[in-house]
Design a protein around this ligand. Structure first.
Ligand SMILES: [Mg+2]
Length: 155
């Protein structure tokens, strides 16, 4: 059976930007390891989905490679997703989006996807309404790992 497809945001989801505004992004703790295991164990297939523009393709894909992120079915940039992330994921048959932006996740949940909200301090003030049953907050990648495995196993 083909593993289900999951959308993974880049900035502030797998790429941690130090708040000093000077340092470059480094991977979020455990993000590389979790995504590698998902791929190796065929838990899910990955599509990286970002609001970065295509002119940053080379920079982005060498960063992913440099840190050992697993290869994805696709890397989608802003120009590839004119209707937004939820539509792009639905069109490709994905079941979920992992992202840090509450508004994007609310739209994803409204479009029938499961939303895994990376609840980081930067976005805390924008917390989505608690009444979104399809929206699951998480902080550490190990936490997300368990949530996704349970979801996929439950089918
Ligand atoms: Mg983001």
């Amino acid at each position: 059976m083909t593993p289900p497809l999951i959308g993974i945001d880049i900035d502030d989801t797998i790429a941690f930007w130090p708040p000093d505004g000077v340092s470059l992004a480094v991977p979020e703790e455990d993000a590389v390891e979790v995504l590698q295991r998902w791929t190796e164990e065929s838990i899910v297939r990955i599509v990286y989905i970002t609001s970065r523009k295509q002119k940053r393709r080379e920079e982005t894909e060498s960063w992913l490679k440099q840190y050992g992120f697993p290869r994805a079915d696709h890397v989608l940039y802003e120009e590839d997703i004119p209707g937004g992330k939820p539509l792009a994921l639905n069109q490709r048959g994905a079941f979920a989006l992992v992202d840090d932006m509450p508004r994007t996740l609310e739209a994803a949940v409204a479009a029938g996807l499961t939303g895994y909200w990376h609840n980081i301090p930067k976005n805390g003030h924008m917390a989505p309404a608690a009444s979104h049953p399809g929206l699951h907050p998480w902080q550490a990648w190990r936490e997300l790992d368990l949530m996704v495995r349970l979801h996929v196993r439950a089918g």
